[in-house]
Ligand binder design. Structure first.
Ligand SMILES: [Zn+2]
Length: 338
């Protein structure tokens, strides 16, 4: 089969590799769509992955072969590439360790990922895609689980008016999850026109361009002079963490769901007096995946303006797409069709 194999920093090569064979408790999945995640771009850009690895963790496909002991799935089932409840005795969540640092250790990744024609998975690992959820929406299940996890980790409560900084895939999904969860308003800050347009199309109450709007002043004004209870940093841009800490109200929270790979500036005196807090969200758990798929089934998450006709690429465009994604991007989501 074909796979896109990491060969070094900023080098990804399409190679013929052996098609994997499922063990007794495993299934072989033929991959239909495999989206490029911002973290894949980080791995590519900074070389934070071993050469020889196949990236890709946002994929969907069809079970084409099941091992002799498999009972949970059968050939023909449509699945997303994760979210299953681990069997009894297995750790509830893949642990990254107590002193894990993405910068020094790299981003956790299996050696075999979804940028390939086929993948073998333990039968419990993938979740079935609900009938009525399209492939184009289902391919967002993994980032949607990250968004659900971030909202669940946050202080957000139904009825709150909140801010999302950054309208990339994660920001757009966080915004939709907040709307599904009963936000009074979701204000979005995003400079890239295509992403700002996507935020509008997907239900943002207001989209601010931080290049020509003082977003902190605007948010404080919109919230009656108090600031918002929660701001989500889904941008990892240089100013966004400071902006978030400034725009939340006394005791408010900045929920960080993005990774900055360069230093960001913080000026403590601007927000220490309001005793604000900052909290991180990383990865997701089975409940987050199930919630994401439920929201999709109920029509509360949409791929509109995120996965579009020009999102799709072939293997021959992997290297150029990765390079393009290293810069601020007009596309919202890029999806490999292996
Ligand atoms: Zn991802």
């Amino acid at each position: 089969m074909k796979a896109a194999v990491m060969r070094g920093t900023q080098q990804i090569a399409v190679e013929d590799v052996p098609t994997p064979e499922p063990g007794p408790d495993q299934v072989l999945v033929k991959i239909r769509y495999s989206a490029i995640c911002g973290s894949d771009v980080h791995r590519f850009q900074y070389g934070m992955i071993n050469p020889g690895s196949v990236m890709g963790h946002e994929f969907i496909g069809e079970v084409v072969q099941a091992g002799v002991s498999v009972t949970m799935l059968k050939p023909g089932d449509r699945v997303v590439g994760g979210g299953g409840e681990p069997p009894a005795g297995a750790p509830a969540r893949v642990s990254v360790g107590n002193r894990y640092s993405a910068r020094t250790v790299g981003l956790k990744s299996t050696t075999v990922g979804g940028f390939a024609e086929y993948i073998v998975m333990d039968e419990w690992r993938p979740l079935q895609i609900p009938v009525g959820v399209s492939d184009e929406l289902a391919v967002l299940a993994e980032p949607a689980s990250i968004a659900v996890h971030a909202v669940r980790r946050s202080k957000f409560r139904i009825g709150d008016a909140v801010v999302v900084m950054g309208a990339g895939p994660i920001g757009l999904l966080v915004m939709q999850v907040l709307n599904a969860g009963g936000a009074e308003a979701v204000y979005v800050s995003e400079p890239a026109p295509a992403r700002a347009a996507a935020a509008k199309a997907l239900g943002a109450t207001l989209v601010m361009d931080p290049r020509d709007t003082d977003v902190v002043a605007k948010v404080v004004e919109l919230s009656g002079g108090l600031g918002v209870p929660v701001a989500f940093d889904a941008a990892a841009a240089r100013p966004t963490l400071q902006q978030g800490l400034e725009m939340v109200r006394r005791g408010g929270q900045v929920l960080v769901v993005s990774m900055a790979w360069e230093d960001v500036d913080l000026l403590t005196v601007e927000w220490i007096g309001r005793e604000v807090e900052m909290k991180a969200a990383y990865g997701s758990e089975p409940v987050d995946w199930r919630t994401a798929l439920n929201l999709m089934e109920r029509g509360q998450l949409s791929s509109k303006s995120m996965v579009t006709a020009d999102s799709f690429i072939g293997f021959d465009e992997m290297q150029s797409s990765m390079e393009r994604l290293m810069k601020p991007e007009e596309h919202v989501q890029v999806v490999l069709v292996p």
